[in-house]
Design a binder for this molecule. Structure first.
Ligand code: SAM
Ligand code: MD0
Ligand code: SF4
Length: 356
């Protein structure tokens, strides 16, 4: 199959068959570069050289769940922390002042924070919103339908809840004891409440090529404004510890395919899989924002790479911006990011009307 023909028609906004998508996802050699280049060109057509920056704050690492891939699963005996509301607000302001465009408030499904209908996180969002306009992402895990409006009212802009896979059997094996449909519906409920949604797939958790196509199709069909692919990183003390590290090319190809299938979607280049070394390959695969930027020396963890490149400052915003500029790209301003979020939320609110 001619890869260039497929990328050309996708670049023009035409569709592709599953067979063609599979050809892209399994491309080798020079064909890969053809795909990445097409993805970059489409990205630059929509976003120009602007790149959005997202600061990551894993503010509670306690969790009631037992996802088999996750270091922070409840059965793993590890040191955990929970930041106070004041600390989270202070760190969020620091992140905003440092020129980062988005703050991602992430927690394990911490019983203390779930208590009282997530009031702890609602308070944090309210307090941040009182002092800054910065777009706020919340990543609270799977929450009740009725709780979404509390986050929207407090000033949150986007909810991140990754399905990981749309294969129900694999989901049940990885997200033990969790409800597939309840998690899937999180994205719909976020959008119905006027916020945006981020979905995500994991690569290397036992999925087949067909599963990857299915995940990409499903995530885009939900109409999420942000979609991600993350390569599984084996974690000490978990059931998948011995599964071995896989290369990241399948993640990069999945990102490029998502870019080609939906030109204006936000796709993160995460620093959480390969640290700062992973930034450029992901931007080269068509990413439009950088996530998992973490300030050093604040005792904050990453997820898949809980400490890699944090305290030496390699995941700090100063270093990220310098590398970005070396690539001929530039960080977005907070005002640009705000405008983008407002425009997308406006579109989502009309989409909501068409649901009902
Ligand atoms: N607890 C919330 C949840 O599960 O939705 C939010 C935080 S959770 C740690 C965020 C995401 O990190 C997961 O959805 C998963 O995609 C990713 N993740 C967790 N462990 C990982 C690993 N070992 N390798 C790669 N990604 C991982
Ligand atoms: C990241 N470590 O962006 C973060 C995390 C949660 N919303 C995101 C997985 O890679
Ligand atoms: Fe908990 Fe999220 Fe880790 Fe699952 S992925 S164990 S819900 S922190």
């Amino acid at each position: 199959m001619d890869i260039a023909e497929i990328t050309e028609k996708l670049s023009k906004g035409e569709s592709a068959s599953d067979v063609e998508i599979k050809a892209l996802l399994t491309a080798e050699g020079e064909d890969r570069e053809t795909i990445f280049q097409a993805a970059r060109e489409v990205r630059d057509r929509v976003f120009g050289k602007k790149t959005y920056l997202s600061g990551f704050m894993y503010f509670s690492t306690y969790c009631r769940n037992d996802c088999t891939f996750c270091y922070f699963r409840k059965s793993n005996s590890i040191d955990r922390y929970r930041k106070s509301t004041d600390e989270v607000v202070k760190l969020s302001n620091m992140i905003a002042d440092a020129g980062i465009n988005i703050v991602d408030l992430t927690m394990g499904e911490d019983p203390m924070l779930i208590n009282n209908d997530y009031q702890g996180l609602v308070d944090i969002v309210n307090a941040i919103r009182e002092t800054t306009d910065i777009p706020i992402m919340v990543s609270p895990g799977a929450i009740p339908q009725s709780t979404f409006s509390r986050f929207a009212d407090a000033g949150a802009d986007i909810v991140a809840v990754y399905q990981e896979t749309y294969n129900r059997k694999l989901f049940a094996e990885r997200r033990l004891g969790q409800d597939f449909d309840f998690r899937r519906n999180q994205k719909v409920w976020a959008m119905e409440s006027g916020m945006l949604a981020e979905d995500g797939m994991m690569v290397g958790i036992g999925e087949t090529l067909d599963d990857r196509v299915d995940a990409i199709r499903n995530m885009l069909a939900l109409n999420c404004d942000q979609v991600r692919a993350m390569t599984f990183v084996p974690q000490e003390g978990t059931p998948m510890e011995g599964d071995g590290t896989v290369g990241t090319v399948n993640e990069l190809l999945a990102m490029a395919v998502m870019r080609l299938l939906k030109h204006d979607v936000m796709i993160p280049a995460t620093l959480d899989v390969e640290g700062i070394a992973g930034m450029q390959p992901r931007l080269d695969a068509g990413a439009s924002l950088i996530t998992s930027i973490i300030p050093p020396h604040e005792e904050l963890a990453g997820v898949a790479q809980s400490c890699m490149d944090i305290d030496d400052g390699s995941r700090s915003v100063t270093h990220v911006i310098q590398m970005l500029e070396d690539m001929g790209r530039r960080p977005a301003t907070m005002a640009e990011c705000r405008r983008m979020f407002d425009a997308r939320r406006e579109r989502v609110s009309h989409m909501k009307l068409s649901y009902t």
